[in-house]
Design a protein around this ligand. Structure first.
Ligand SMILES: [Zn+2]
Ligand SMILES: [Zn+2]
Length: 353
């Protein structure tokens, strides 16, 4: 019996521990992937905690969604090591990124191609063991995406932060062409959003962040203008320059960021929210029809969007962000650094290192 190594959640709120499991033999359409790298993501911190903060003392308990021990990690790039007899097209030795937002395949969302929104999903590293491991089992080769000539530490994280930003921009729809797009929150997802927006949109976007260093970084990366949402002048300046924003992405997702975004909308404007920072947002209900506004949430993105995004990245139009590679047994240290805000760029685990 061959075993493989994982860094697993054995109790909520506790450090990850190494666990060993029998290396699965892929059946049917299954594919066994040897993990080359797996990104360490903010949402892994929430999973380790076992809850999302909803504002005030309210928490969304997420401890019922998986059995422990559980292996986190959903930003996976690797090599096809073995494939079941029905895994058509899964060539051994091929390097691929793994689309992790895998659905049941039967519900209305899955039938519409939105497996990321499936109610009984099998999302890797969320509900099913993920990539903080030397190997991961994928149920079907359709979730594997060629990424050459990109590097694996670029391709893996594209499946989460990149995909989230890409899908948010796509959900702005035709409003994105009606004036400058505003991107709020220049963290990891926001900076990916900026890079993608520079390739998808007709004009460079406006950005907003309360952190001066992040505003600087965004300007250096091609933002048209950067605003400080905590500055009372910012709102007036943006309204004066644009007459009202028609399309905004809120990559923060707090009461303050959403207040800022909706307060800037022109009639018919739209905010797409991806951030999960928390807090409790309220506004006068009548403003929704008066401003004919749309507030839409998105959660990661579809398999089709993931393929489009990888194609965009393969064309060389997206720049990678600084990446710190760590060994698999440093998974907890990587999470600790992320929680403490000690990471510039992103970290990835490299199990084969
Ligand atoms: Zn992620
Ligand atoms: Zn489904």
């Amino acid at each position: 019996m061959t075993q493989f190594h994982r860094q697993s959640l054995v109790a909520y709120g506790q450090p990850l521990r190494e666990t060993l499991a029998e290396l699965p033999k892929p059946h049917g359409t299954e594919v066994l992937v040897r993990v080359e790298c797996c990104g360490v993501c903010h949402s892994d911190l929430h999973l380790q905690d076992g809850y999302f903060a909803l504002g005030g003392d309210k928490r969304l308990d997420i401890t019922k969604d998986r059995a422990l021990p559980f292996t986190l990690g959903h930003e996976i790039a690797g090599v096809i090591e073995a494939a079941g007899p029905d895994a058509t097209g899964a060539a051994i030795g091929h390097r691929i990124a793994v689309y992790p937002w895998i659905g049941c395949g039967n519900c209305a969302a899955c039938r519409a191609g939105e497996e990321n929104l499936c109610g009984s999903h099998r999302h890797l590293g969320i509900a099913v063991d993920g990539g903080y491991a030397t190997h991961v089992l994928v149920p079907h080769p359709r979730y594997l995406i060629d990424y050459a000539p990109l590097s694996p530490d670029f391709a893996g994280p594209l499946m989460c932060s990149g995909l989230t930003a890409f899908s948010a921009l796509r959900h702005l729809g035709d409003r994105a062409a009606r004036g400058p797009v505003l991107l709020i929150g220049m963290g990891g997802v926001g900076m990916m959003g900026l890079a993608i927006a520079r390739t998808l949109l007709h004009e460079p976007p406006l950005v907003a962040d309360i952190d001066a260093a992040k505003r600087e970084a965004a300007l250096a990366a091609g933002a048209a203008k950067a605003f400080d949402p905590s500055d009372p002048q910012a709102r007036r300046e943006i309204l004066k320059a644009t007459g009202g924003i028609m399309a905004a992405c809120d990559f923060v997702g707090s009461d303050k960021s959403l207040q800022f975004a909706t307060g800037l909308l022109g009639r018919g404007g739209k905010v797409v929210v991806t951030g999960l920072l928390g807090g409790s947002f309220s506004m006068p209900a009548a403003m929704i029809p008066i401003k004919a506004m749309t507030i839409e949430g998105t959660l990661t993105g579809t398999l089709a969007e993931a393929r489009e995004l990888i194609d965009l990245a393969r064309s060389g139009k997206l720049h990678t962000i600084p990446t710190h590679e760590r060994r698999l047994d440093e998974a907890q240290a990587a999470l600790d650094d992320l929680r403490a805000g000690r990471i510039v760029g992103r970290s990835v685990l490299a199990p084969q290192a």
